[in-house]
Structures are given as structure tokens and as C-alpha cells.
Design a protein around this ligand. Structure first.
Ligand code: OAD
Ligand code: ZN
Length: 296
């Protein structure tokens, strides 16, 4: 079930000093790693113009005053939604995919896929930009759901997502003809289960992962965040984020091969791509796909 719980410190874990460097990691990525797992959140899409949730000032949760919610996360809480679905439907009109384009960081993940190195992309995002960037269906896990399907919140009957979208944009609510429940896009709310695919993929991927890359997420929401902490402790992990999150950068972390690029995601991806030797390829790809010249 989707929930927000405080990060559980692995108190019994021994403290190791990190010796693995970005240079070493980049060399291994270029020459050896074949099963890279990438976990992303809203920070991946802020360079595309979509706000994240928890950044001070710009985050969605800091800009919901007009809805008079008991707390910001009530916007995506299934119990609150059952009582008052209007705030979500209002915000949904802004969040619906269609207005935004993937950015350089999305295309870096696409490049990993094209090189046969991307085992899985786990995303919390509901903006659909991973699909638009060309990530294949079997590689993608949309852990917090999608606007591309819709169902009744009570009996789970499936509805045509285009009709549900039309209703939302016409300020009306689709009601289930079977049980009178409210129909909503299949975005995973707090209090709802993640898609079964998340557990199924995680079970097998954690045994194969030779590098984990975490990008643009606060790692505050479980069970998604859990995935970063269930790999063997010697698995290399790379964080690309403005701030250290989860068990990255804490002195008692048991992980022995963590690398952190604490930076804007675009600059961080550039740095990584340059270290790996993929920068020219990534720049060309992004220029072609976005019709914008990415500066060197
Ligand atoms: P958050 O807003 O919690 O975290 C975004 C992270 O990305 C933060 O650590 C930011 O500092 C970082 N960030 C933002 N822009 C960046 C940039 N340009 N460069 C580098 N770092 C940047 O978003 P999520 O972790 O995705 O759930 O939030 C998780 C879940 O909480 C969401 O899926 C959503 C929300 O409740 C649902 O809606 C169900
Ligand atoms: Zn129903």
C-alpha cells in the first residue's frame, strides 16, 4: 500500500567508508554493467517544466492553499478523494500528459536502453514522459500509475480513459454504472496498492542489478523508496539529485559503493555522460528529439 513513512535507519548496520568514485563507476558503466536499474521521481521532469511535489516554493504541495486541504498530501489520498474528489479533478486538468516534453535526463535513460544496459526503469511520475522518450513497455514500471487507463475506485471496473478525461475537462465526474463509485484515472493514491508489476519486477530485478541509479526523487514515499535499500550492500548506487536523500550520504549506511552527484539533474547527467564517454551521442540524440541545441 502506498504510504509515507519515516526512513528506517539500518541501526544494526556497520559503517563503511565509501571509496568508489564517479570515475570508476563511469568506467564500469561503459565497459561492464549490463543490468542497470533506474529509479526516478518528479525531479526528473522539473527541467521539462513540471513542478515536483516537495521543493520549497515551487513544489505542488506548497501551492495548494486554494483547496483548503487538511494537509497537502490529502490531494492524493483515497479516503479524502472519496469524500471530496473535486480538488484532485481540478489539479488533474493541469497534470494530464500532453503539454510537456522529455528532457536530456530522460534521453540519458533512453540511451542506456539503446545500449542494452537498462534492466528496468521504475518511475513515480505520472507525466508519461518516459514513454514519450521511447522507453519500452517491458522495461518501464509506472509504480504510481498512469493517466492512460481509468477505473472505478470501488469495483475496479475499467473505463475508457478518453471518456474519463473528457468528463474531467468538462467539470463533470464519471460515475460507475455498476456500483455508483467514482471513476478516476489509475493514478496510485495514498491508501491504494501499487500495481502488481512493481513487486513482480522488483523481486527478480534486485537479484540481477549491477548498478542502481536514483534520479530526482526525495525517496520519501514507500514502498517505492524501499527498492533503493534492498539491494546487496556491495551493489554500486549512484544518486543524481539536488540533495542527499534516503540512505545516501548518511554515515551509518551499509552500502559500500555509493556515489552522489549533488547537483541539478541536467548538469549531473552531463557530468556522468562525459565521464562515461557518451556525451556527444547524448547531446546529438537530445538535439534531434527536442529540436533544441543542448549547450555543452
Ligand atoms: P519530490 O518532490 O518529493 O522530490 C523531488 C526531488 O527531486 C527532491 O529531492 C528535489 O530536491 C529533487 N529535484 C527537483 N528538481 C531537481 C532538479 N532540477 N535537479 C536535481 N534535483 C531536483 O518528488 P517524488 O520523490 O517524485 O505520489 O515524490 C514521490 C511521490 O510523492 C510522488 O510520486 C507523488 C507524491 O505524493 C503520488 O502522487 C501518488
Ligand atoms: Zn464500480
Amino acid at each position: 500500500m502506498l504510504k509515507k513513512i519515516p526512513f528506517l535507519l539500518l541501526l544494526q548496520a556497520r559503517c563503511f567508508s565509501t571509496k568508489f568514485t564517479l570515475k570508476e563507476l563511469a568506467g564500469q558503466l561503459r565497459d561492464n554493467y549490463k543490468n542497470v536499474v533506474v529509479m526516478v521521481g518528479a525531479g526528473l521532469s522539473t527541467p521539462s517544466g513540471i513542478p515536483d511535489f516537495r521543493s520549497p516554493d515551487s513544489g505542488v504541495y506548497n501551492n495548494l492553499q486554494k483547496y483548503n486541504l487538511p494537509r497537502p498530501e490529502a490531494m492524493f489520498d483515497i479516503h479524502y478523494f472519496q469524500k471530496n474528489p473535486l480538488p484532485f479533478f481540478d489539479l488533474a486538468r493541469e497534470l494530464y500528459p500532453g503539454r510537456y516534453k522529455p528532457n536530456l535526463a530522460h534521453y540519458f535513460i533512453y540511451l542506456l536502453q539503446q545500449k542494452g544496459k537498462l534492466l528496468r526503469l521504475y518511475t513515480q511520475n505520472i507525466d508519461g514522459l518516459e514513454r514519450l522518450a521511447g522507453i519500452k513497455e517491458d522495461i518501464l514500471v509506472e509504480a504510481h500509475g498512469t493517466f492512460s487507463t481509468a477505473s472505478c475506485i470501488k469495483c475496479k471496473k475499467k473505463y475508457d480513459p478518453d471518456e474519463v478525461k473528457r468528463d474531467i475537462f468538462n467539470n463533470s465526474i464519471t460515475i460507475c454504472d455498476h456500483c455508483q463509485g467514482i471513476v478516476k484515472p489509475d493514478i496510485v493514491f495514498f491508501g491504494e496498492e501499487l500495481p502488481k508489476r512493481f513487486d513482480d519486477c522488483a523481486d527478480s530485478d534486485t537479484k540481477k542489478t549491477d548498478l542502481l541509479i536514483v534520479m530526482g526523487t526525495s525517496l520519501e514515499v514507500y514502498p517505492f523508496a524501499w527498492l533503493a535499500d534492498v539491494l546487496p550492500f556491495n551493489t554500486p548506487r549512484l544518486l543524481l539529485n539536488r540533495e542527499e536523500v534516503g540512505s545516501f550520504g548518511i554515515s551509518i549506511s551499509p552500502y559500500t559503493a555509493d556515489v552522489v552527484i549533488k547537483n541539478d539533474i541536467i548538469d549531473g547527467v552531463k557530468l556522468l555522460a562525459k565521464e562515461v564517454g557518451w556525451w556527444d551521442e547524448l547531446k546529438l540524440l537530445t538535439d534531434e528529439k527536442t529540436n533544441i541545441n543542448v549547450p555543452d
